[in-house]
Unconditional design. Structure first.
Length: 438
């Protein structure tokens, strides 16, 4: 999901506890009704460079839907900093939109509230069937063994973006394939007076995405097989330390990036200050800041050794945006038709082209626009070397607690305080103790 949503996660622990008991104020049958067949309210997540950009992208498509169905869609584009809290408030009050976007890693947490329409075989049948969707996207739609709580809309993956001119000036012929190569290249880049790798050290969600990948590369995770927090296992500790050491020990992430949380690392890269950037589907963001597509290359995120793939070669979380429906909608048929419209092959091509993301349905991915070199890296990553964040009810609290622990470790590194295995483990133990009791 988009990295700028970090601020929304902070209130989850309190709000989710309330939401779990309220179940969203759904209709008595738990299936919505059709009391308002000609109107829908849609909360769209802020995907573009600004809310106004999103409105320009989405409104023509909503007008198209109205022309086809007679249903008017009232659009509100909600900033990521507000979206999760507003959704949680809607689950407790029953007063919210009919259809709304969510970050895909929230799926299981919001599913636990009981407020979202489950996408069982019957509901999937109404939108063309589950088989239309890419497997990696379906992996982040809810808890395993349960009907999905949402439907994939936009798929994204992390990639390594690198400045071609800075690389050429430093005598680097190819982007690094391993973390050791990245650190070695960093010394050549610094010798030319440039920063090496941008990061958002104060963005808890960005932190989670990266330490999750490092943990996968060390054959570890942050939860046990039965969904219990396990933040202090050796692999998880090693993963967090390796990521923070990119600043603390290897000096390839600038100390000032410990305070970054709102796309500052993207701006640094777009302005030629930094040689490399790890980001989700960044092309549209870079273009909005004036960076030509010819100025940078796109490569897979580094691994420990070898090449990206499954298991310990995972190099991205399966990022993306899902679309969900509240059970309490007064226009269940219209809401379902709207989800069908948004996930149709034609709309998937239009919307994902606009946002430089990857369609979540197989039929749209064949469009040549998604085979360009930069997009092909993302598509291949999603197909072969991305893994879903843990689909557990406590996932949002995990993002808050562990993401904050990593933020504090970056602050230590920036201040010159030692980041040791013991200090990492202590931070992760504190984070685990803040998780809900089982």
């Amino acid at each position: 999901m988009r990295s700028i949503r970090a601020a929304a996660v902070g209130a989850v622990a309190m709000s989710l506890a309330l939401a779990a008991s309220a179940c969203g104020g759904g209709s008595p049958t738990g299936g919505g009704d059709n009391a308002s067949p000609k109107t829908l309210t849609y909360w769209a997540s802020n995907q573009g460079a600004s809310i106004e950009v999103d409105k320009k992208v989405l409104q023509p498509e909503l007008d198209k839907f109205q022309k086809q169905t007679g249903i008017k869609v009232k659009l509100e584009v909600v900033p990521w900093s507000d979206l999760l809290n507003r959704i949680l408030t809607a689950t407790t009050s029953g007063q919210g939109p009919d259809v709304f976007n969510i970050g895909n890693s929230w799926s299981a947490s919001l599913q636990a509230t009981g407020a979202l329409l489950p996408w069982d075989a019957k509901n999937f049948g109404r939108i063309g069937g589950r088989d239309r969707f890419v497997d990696s996207a379906l992996g982040s739609t809810g808890a395993p063994g349960k009907d999905p709580a949402a439907v994939p809309l936009y798929s994204m993956a992390y990639a390594l973006y690198y400045n071609k001119q800075i690389f050429a000036d430093a005598g680097i012929a190819e982007p690094p394939a391993t973390w050791a190569e990245l650190v070695a290249d960093g010394k050549k880049i610094q010798a030319r007076g440039k920063q090496v790798l941008g990061a958002e050290g104060s963005n808890v969600s960005e932190n989670i995405h990266h330490v999750f990948v490092f943990a996968q590369q060390h054959g570890a995770g942050f939860f046990t097989a039965d969904g219990r927090p396990d933040f202090t296992n050796d692999g998880a500790v090693t993963a967090v330390k390796q990521y923070v050491d990119l600043m603390a020990k290897d000096k390839v992430i600038p100390a000032g990036n410990a305070e970054y949380a709102q796309n500052q690392s993207v701006s640094d890269f777009a302005k030629g200050r930094t040689a490399m950037l790890l980001w989700q589907s960044a092309s549209a963001n870079l273009a909005s800041q004036g960076m030509s597509a010819d100025a940078y290359g796109v490569a897979p995120v580094p691994v420990q050794s070898g090449t990206p793939g499954s298991g310990t070669q995972v190099n991205s979380m399966a990022a993306g945006i899902n679309v969900a429906v509240f059970k309490s909608t007064h226009n269940l048929d219209g809401a379902t038709n709207f989800v069908k419209f948004l996930t149709s092959d034609d709309e998937q091509k239009i919307l994902n082209k606009a946002y430089s993301s990857i369609p979540s349905v197989k039929g749209a991915q064949s469009d040549p626009a998604f085979s360009a070199p930069a997009t092909a890296v993302l598509k291949n990553t999603l197909a072969t070397s991305a893994a879903a964040l843990p689909q557990v009810a406590d996932e949002s609290q995990f993002e808050t607690t562990v993401g904050t622990a990593v933020k504090e470790l970056f602050a230590d590194a920036a201040a010159g305080r030692a980041v040791t295995t013991a200090s990492v483990k202590a931070k992760l133990l504190k984070a685990q103790q803040q998780m809900p009791a089982k």
